[in-house]
Design a protein around this ligand. Structure first.
Ligand SMILES: [Mg+2]
Length: 387
């Protein structure tokens, strides 16, 4: 029996959650973006898209295209909550769920027909339940593979369901522009076009050996997708391999005190996320983007995995001092926790009394934060600068 894979994608997710919180936004062009001169658009409503605004566009450009749009900075706790509720609904329909982002998932429906009927009926049920319980619009693509279902859900938007019956994959794909293929981006699209490949069908038809010679292994994989052949499994939840936090400053700067303070803030926020997810980092990395856009990183493995702000900051400062030798203005600072491992409670070692005290302090702070928001408790050193 051929596989039956759903790709489910909530429509203009951030905007839809904002509209649920504030119904007066209904029907208006809405852009979710930090709204600073150098930020980008996270999501745009369909009303704003009519003016040419799209996600990942520089905010300044979006502003010019649609000056009347309502700009919202984003409410991530609300998005996170809505996302959890969305995944909770999906869990009832299949045990095999692969989250692709906050508002996007694949499910393997192959062995669930007995429970919820043919794919189209099940998709209708899911769509209806998401609308009734969460007030959110959902589009669904269904086919024998992840790659084709992803394209189908995109074609089905908004609030649509597109079922590609087994054997009809290439008929759907052939006339579509090559950029619709997952893995072809703004950089690779011109390379394919330069070789006269404008449609997915165009890529599918080329001899395999030619594609391998010109586009390498990636080209071969993409050609398989173009022919509707994608056997990649729905993989379930993968534990995060790294967590990162970064900040682009409003103005490029060389102010070392300001930068050290920013690093401390990034480290503490990341420490909080690690502890909330019950993870510890075995390796840390500090990254700096200079005003000339060059990116520099330094990383270091830790003697013991940690998620404590103090430990993380010690190493971060160390890395930072080894990195910040150039006297060039800095545009962005980032902190990455890598090689993550699950946090397991340990019996205390003789040298860990200080660590335990900090542990208790952070546990208390984290409890308050999870109830009242991250900024309710801060290290005094971080407050002083802001005062
Ligand atoms: Mg979406």
């Amino acid at each position: 029996m051929p596989r039956c894979i759903f790709h489910l994608d909530l429509d203009t997710f951030f905007v839809a959650v904002e509209r649920r919180l504030d119904p007066t936004l209904q029907g208006k062009p809405v852009i979710v973006s930090p709204g600073t001169a150098r930020s980008v658009v996270a999501t745009a409503s369909y009303e704003a898209r009519k003016f040419g605004v799209h996600s990942a566009m520089p905010f300044s450009q979006a502003r010019r295209l649609c000056p009347q749009a309502v700009v919202l900075p984003g409410n991530f706790p609300a998005y996170h909550k809505a996302s959890c509720a969305f995944f909770h609904i999906l869990e009832a329909f299949s045990p095999d769920i692969e989250p692709a982002s906050l508002d996007e998932a694949y499910i393997d429906y192959t062995n669930c027909r007995e429970l919820f009927g043919p794919p189209l009926s099940a998709a209708g049920l899911i769509q209806q339940q998401v609308k009734n319980e969460l007030g959110l619009d959902l589009s669904i693509g269904i086919s024998t593979s992840k790659a084709v279902s992803k394209i189908a859900s995109d074609l089905a938007k908004p609030v649509g369901i597109l079922y590609v019956r087994p054997g009809y994959e290439t008929k759907l794909l052939a006339p579509l522009p090559i950029r619709k293929l997952m893995g072809i981006g703004p950089k690779s699209e011109p390379q394919y076009r330069a070789h006269g490949i404008h449609t997915i069908g165009g890529l599918a038809q080329l001899p395999r050996s030619l594609v391998a010679r010109v586009f390498g292994e990636t080209g071969r994989t993409l050609q398989n997708m173009a022919r509707g052949e994608d056997h990649s499994p729905v993989q379930g939840r993968q534990p995060a391999k790294s967590l990162s936090h970064e900040e682009t400053f409003a103005h490029d700067t060389t102010d070392r005190e300001f930068l050290r303070h920013a690093l401390h803030r990034l480290v503490c926020e990341l420490g909080y996320r690690l502890r909330r997810n019950n993870l510890r980092a075995q390796k840390l990395c500090v990254k700096v983007r200079y005003a000339d856009f060059s990116l520099h990183t330094r990383s270091q493995s830790l003697p013991r995995p940690t998620n404590l702000d103090g430990r993380l900051f010690e190493t971060a400062v160390d890395l930072w001092e080894r990195l910040a030798v150039r006297r060039v203005h800095i545009r962005l600072l980032g902190f990455v926790a890598q090689d993550l491992v699950k946090h397991e409670q340990q019996l205390s070692l003789p040298d860990t009394q200080g660590r335990e005290q900090q542990d208790n302090l952070l546990t208390a702070a984290d409890k308050l934060r999870s109830r009242y928001g991250y900024s309710v408790v801060q290290w005094a050193s971080l407050l002083r600068r802001e005062a």
